[in-house]
Design a protein around this ligand. Sequence first.
Ligand SMILES: [Zn+2]
Ligand SMILES: [Zn+2]
Length: 96
Amino acid sequence: MLELRPICENCEKALPNDSTEAMICTFECTFCKDCVDEILHNVCPNCGGGFEKRPIRPKDKLLKYPAMKDKYSKPVDIERFSALLHRNKDIQPNER
Ligand SMILES: [Zn+2]
Ligand SMILES: [Zn+2]
C-alpha cells in the first residue's frame, strides 16, 4: 500500500492526503510540487528517478487505511545533490 507521508521531505510543507501538491518517486519519497519543480528539477535526491503526482485516497478508504503520522524530513544537501541532478535532469525519467 502506498505510504501517504504527511510532509515534504525537503521543506516540511504539509502534504495531507487531499493535497494536490504532493509528488512521489517510485520509492514513495515525497516532496511538494514547488520543490520538485524549482529545486529537484524532477530528479529524486535519494534515487535519481522522476516524480509523479501522488494519487489521493478516497475519504472512506482513509478511515481504514490512514495516512502516515511519522514526519520524515531530510532537507536536500544541494552540493551533494548537484552531481546526481546534472546527470539526470536532461534525461526523461523513463530513460534513466
Ligand atoms: Zn517542499
Ligand atoms: Zn526516490
